[in-house]
Design a binder for this molecule. Structure first.
Ligand code: ATP
Ligand code: MG
Length: 295
């Protein structure tokens, strides 16, 4: 059985469920875009129909696929979703590889940060492509403005790329508070489900202490009602690997550029951990559903 089939066979009522995941950290340069691209490519290689959306006016995700925004030849992009009237999302999607699609961004997307009452734009757009994709990954900009709030309003789950450093830990607290605020209003179903350690150097004792603190924090929340009570430190950590920094300059994912390097192994490993986690959860949901219907 392909992952693709096993992932959704437990979905309630036999319906396929499109899973929307925001890769979010308000701090810059932590590995959000690198993780979105390479996790997405790993999902696609497992047979999941995967859409990546660039929500950052810096357009770094687009650069990973060799797409340079040009004022001479404007192309449908995330900016088009925020236009009035918006372009249908299906017209903004470009196919990058087998099972892998993306929506590029351009610098005009920065104007969306100034739009009032625009929190539901992305969620509304994604409603129209529920049948087309299995997984949607949202590459958020650094910061917690309108674009990140759109991602949190549209997402089922948040995954946080971060470094194992003390200050990053304080940033994680703020991010979790934001997730909590969003569940209280705009998107009650939102959950923070994973932390990916990026550019990881396991030999540092400071790093090990921070990892332990993150692990203990999440364990201590298991019985509370917070939206991160199932959050896990995803395995394995992504080691610092220069190939991951080189691949985008060739418009390639790590699996195109060097499929045998440590970076490719690590992202493949995290993708498999997530697929296993989703399968487990879908199986639990299905058994709860059947025990409810048999009572
Ligand atoms: P921004 O907030 O600016 O959007 P980001 O959180 O998306 O940044 P990335 O662009 O993914 O972060 O990564 C920042 C830099 O670190 C990039 O140059 C990227 O190539 C590099 N990088 C990311 N992960 C690794 C890694 N595991 N090993 C080596 N370099 C990495
Ligand atoms: Mg980025």
């Amino acid at each position: 059985m392909r992952h693709h089939d096993s992932l959704y066979s437990h979905a309630m009522n036999g319906e396929k469920k499109m899973r929307v995941v925001a890769l979010l950290n308000q701090k810059g340069g932590v590995g959000k875009t690198t993780t979105t691209v390479n996790l997405g490519a790993a999902f696609a290689a497992s047979g999941l129909r995967t859409l990546l959306i660039d929500l950052d006016p810096q357009s770094n995700l687009s650069l990973h696929f060799g797409v340079e925004a040009s004022n001479d030849e404007p192309r449908p992009s995330t900016t088009s979703l925020f236009a009035d009237p918006p372009l249908p999302i299906a017209q903004c999607v470009t196919q990058a590889r087998e099972n892998l699609w993306f929506i590029p961004a351009d610098q005009h997307l920065a104007l969306a940060e100034g739009q009032q009452d625009a929190q539901h734009v992305l969620a509304n757009a994604l409603e129209t492509v529920r049948e087309q994709f299995d997984v949607v990954l949202l590459d958020c900009p650094p910061g917690l403005g309108v674009l990140s709030v759109n991602a949190l309003t549209a997402a089922d789950e948040v995954i946080v790329p971060m470094q194992a450093q003390y200050l990053a830990l304080r940033g994680l607290e703020k991010l979790l508070q934001t997730v909590s605020d969003i569940t209280a209003g705009l998107n009650p179903k939102l959950r923070c489900t994973g932390v990916v350690l990026c550019m990881h150097e396991s030999q540092s004792s400071h790093g090990r202490a921070v990892v332990e603190e993150i692990r203990q924090h999440f364990e201590s929340c298991r019985d509370s009602d917070v939206p991160w009570n199932t959050c896990r430190l995803l395995q394995p950590p992504i080691r610092r690997n220069i190939k991951l920094a080189e691949a985008p300059s060739f418009g390639q994912t790590i699996f195109d550029y060097d499929p045998k390097c440590a970076g490719a192994d690590d992202y493949r490993g995290v993708a498999n951990s997530l697929i296993a986690m989703w399968n487990e959860r879908a199986a639990n949901d299905a058994s709860q559903q059947s025990s409810v219907s048999s009572t």
